[in-house]
Write a protein that binds this ligand. Structure first.
Ligand SMILES: *Cc1c(COP(=O)(O)O)cnc(C)c1O
Length: 395
């Protein structure tokens, strides 16, 4: 492993990767930096966000939820209304455009539950690129519908059979496959994780969420919000909302990690709360690890939060104190899921239900004239079968 000096947020981030990847990452970085000032790229990206994703996503005042909970006004940033049902498509379309600009013909991506895989396969179909999605064999079994979706969209789903056969191993194998096929392939990473430039790049593309929310709340309320809340898995929907308001000192920010079924290692997915500094998947950050430094398999009711590390910029925001990170348990997330269904007619993703739960906990401690924006990162159709199963099992 070689440590390259680029892409650090304080002590976190970097490029802890095998030597052959450094040049490939530098090529991705060069294409990414160039796209920022490329008017043709930006105009095409803006068109896709509007015509394919359906942006801007509404900033919705949740009136009945606010009345039920009491205290601050709760607004929801409706990423659940995006094409494919979550925020992930914002990033996959942009990176697929970069792949094309670099002359690549094949997208490689990892997926856990399959949401990033579906969003990547969608972008590949739209742009006429080949697509291989690496998914742990255990997840392939658990997430049959998303596997079928990816295949419908023309992607090849490659089951990964090493270790726990879940997301962490899928990333290792997918990066290995990229090293074998660098000429033709582009690695399309799904969150603000991995080696530089991915954390910076995914944060930049997901920043559309916070830029829109900032303008929308100024339009609706004539001022900035008092508090932002979002769920943190790898950290891309949260970072996308937070980053454009990170320099607005009066805006408080809370990131919500998956507290799972308890505080012991293996019972949660809260890397910032219970993890230690370490290197995983090419970057230094907080990682859930045992005494020997072995990565501990995480647990969360929500597959999208089930990752043992977190994006390096969040680690930096935690250490500088700019963002406060809390946990919400499986049970609290399920309660919030149900309450949002009944008060607003919105079935949220279980990931997003963690953010809603934090708003339910915090709003009553705030004044009625104060404002919270919650990132509703995705819709919950994908989770209904699991919620029904848990209800039947009496969880
Ligand atoms: C994947 C996913 C997440 C977690 O990923 P982040 O990178 O932390 O945003 C959250 N919500 C939904 C709906 C997801 O699909």
């Amino acid at each position: 492993m070689t440590e390259n000096a680029k892409g650090f947020f304080g002590p976190f981030g970097g490029q802890f990767v095998p030597e052959p990847l450094i040049a490939a990452l530098n090529d991705v970085d060069a294409a990414f930096q160039a796209c920022k000032t490329d008017e043709v790229f930006q105009a095409e990206f803006a068109r896709l966000l509007q015509e394919v994703v359906g942006r801007p996503s509404p900033l919705y005042f949740a009136k009945r939820l606010t009345e039920q909970v009491g205290g601050a006004k709760i607004y929801l940033k409706r990423e659940d209304l995006n094409h494919t049902g979550a925020h992930k498509i914002n990033n996959t379309l942009a990176q697929a455009m970069l792949a094309k600009a670099m002359g690549k013909t094949h997208l490689i991506a990892e997926t856990g539950a399959g949401q990033h895989g579906v969003a990547t396969a969608t972008a590949a179909a739209l742009m006429g690129l080949e697509c291989s999605i690496y998914q742990g064999a255990e997840d392939v079994r658990r997430q049959k519908l998303n596997v079928f979706r990816m295949e419908l969209l023309g992607a090849k789903v490659v089951p990964v059979t090493i270790g726990q056969q879940t997301l962490s191993e899928a990333i290792d194998v997918a990066i290995g496959a990229w090293i074998e096929d660098l000429d033709r392939s582009f690695y399309l990473l799904g969150s603000v994780c991995g080696p530089h430039p991915y954390p910076e790049m995914v944060m930049y593309f997901q920043g559309i969420i916070g830029r829109e929310a900032r303008a929308q709340i100024l339009e609706k309320e004539g001022r900035l919000p008092d508090l932002l809340i979002a769920a943190v898995g790898g950290g891309s929907n949260a970072g996308g909302l937070f980053k454009p308001m990170i320099d607005d000192a009066d805006v408080k920010i809370i990131g919500v990690e998956a507290g799972g079924r308890g505080d012991d290692l293996g019972d949660n997915a809260a890397a910032l709360t219970f993890g230690k500094e370490g290197v995983l998947h090419g970057a230094k950050s907080y990682v859930l690890q045992d005494e020997a430094g072995e990565t501990v398999p995480p647990h969360s009711i929500s597959a999208g939060l089930d990752y043992p590390a977190v994006g390096p910029e969040h680690a930096y925001w935690k250490d500088t104190g700019r963002v406060k990170y809390t946990t919400i348990s499986d049970h609290e997330a399920l309660d919030a899921f149900g309450l949002l269904c009944r008060t607003e007619g919105i079935i949220p993703a279980l990931e997003s239900a963690h953010a809603v739960a934090e708003a339910i906990r915090t709003a009553p401690t705030m004044g009625k004239d104060e404002i919270i924006i919650v990132n509703l990162s995705g819709r919950g159709d994908k989770d209904c079968a699991e919620v029904a199963r848990l209800a039947e099992a009496g969880v």
